[in-house]
Design a protein around this ligand. Structure first.
Ligand code: GLN
Length: 317
């Protein structure tokens, strides 16, 4: 297998068509190593043997392979974008409501929240993202549309949607998220009605985007908070550094330590099988393959990222 070219000093992505097809082969070889998310029919019924990769440089250089343009359920990858919006809306005061520490418990742990007296460990565990949703609901008259519009603007794709069936299945079967939201409410860390807050949370999880669209939407995180496509400052450079730190310590939940050890990039996973990773000052990478490991992070995607990091020398460590 011929590897990618090393990343060049000018920050060029350094991938060739040959290396991309080698990566696709590596992905296919690892099909079957994980399991599908099975808590809602829409995720359980996905064809598990799919794989997509998109790598986009801050200068727009784009490489992709496999099902890079197939839309999938972004699930918890949305937490990164809703946090960005909450920081824009609330600023530094947002951090009175959520901590910035990794959690060794599962992403939907009730005991984690109870132990911390209603202050979620970080904004990427479900409880933290529910507080993020509450902050947005307090400041928008049409919050679901508000987040969707943000995703459309960042990706440049006006037809991005939230899958209503996925959102309603999440609402019907997401008992644990209701439990977390009511516990947060009991601790006074939710201002709005639980149903309204979770409606936004579930709608965000149900957004469908492709690897190419997600990698494009995240470019501001690789570029000091400025979307290089439009020149718009999305968040400040300090907030971008902080967000990348949080992605590194908590973006892969209680698998974040293992992910830092193997790959070493700020990244956010979702149970739909996507991982969105940031290479500060250089590029964003999105990989999708639906089979998950025990932490709820994707198996094939981690092999692919490991390969990319080793061959391009792009780990932040
Ligand atoms: N919809 C899922 C949930 O709320 C999202 C979790 C995830 O992607 N890790 O449980």
């Amino acid at each position: 297998m011929s590897g990618p070219e090393k990343i060049s000093a000018t920050g060029k992505v350094g991938l060739t068509d040959t290396s991309l097809s080698d990566i696709a082969k590596l992905a296919t070889k690892n099909f079957g190593a994980g399991h599908l998310a099975d808590y809602i029919p829409a995720l359980r019924d996905v064809d598990p043997h799919q794989f997509g990769l998109a790598v986009i440089g801050c200068d727009g250089e784009t490489h992709s392979c496999g099902n890079a343009d197939t839309r999938f359920s972004i699930q918890s990858i949305s937490k990164l974008f809703s946090l960005t919006l909450a920081l824009r809306l609330v600023g530094v005061d947002f951090w009175k409501r959520v901590m910035r520490n990794p959690s060794m418990n599962r992403f939907n742990s009730i005991s984690d929240l109870e132990t911390n007296a209603g202050i979620p460990s970080n904004p990427f565990v479900n409880a933290g993202a529910i507080v993020v949703s509450d902050a947005i609901v307090s400041r928008s008259s049409a919050p679901n549309r508000f987040v969707l519009d943000f995703m459309r603007t960042l990706s440049g794709k006006g037809d991005i949607y939230s899958n209503d069936k996925v959102a309603s299945d999440e609402a019907e079967l997401g008992h644990r998220n209701f439990a977390l939201a009511y516990l947060l409410k009991d601790y006074g860390n939710i201002d709005n009605k639980v149903d309204d807050v979770l409606s936004l949370y579930f709608s965000n999880c149900a957004i469908e985007m492709s690897c190419t669209e997600l990698a494009s939407a995240a470019l501001f995180l690789a570029n000091d908070g400025v979307d290089p496509k439009s020149g718009t400052q999305i968040i400040t450079s300090d907030e971008t550094r902080e967000l990348n730190a949080l992605l590194t310590t908590s973006g892969m939940y209680n698998g974040s330590g293992e992910f830092a050890f193997r790959i070493g990039l700020p990244a956010k996973s979702g149970v739909g099988g996507g991982i969105l990773a940031v290479v500060p000052q250089q590029m964003s990478i999105c990989v999708w393959s639906p089979e998950l490991d025990i932490y709820g992070n994707l198996v094939v995607g981690q092999f692919v990222l490991e390969y990319l990091v080793q061959n391009l020398g792009i780990s932040i460590f």
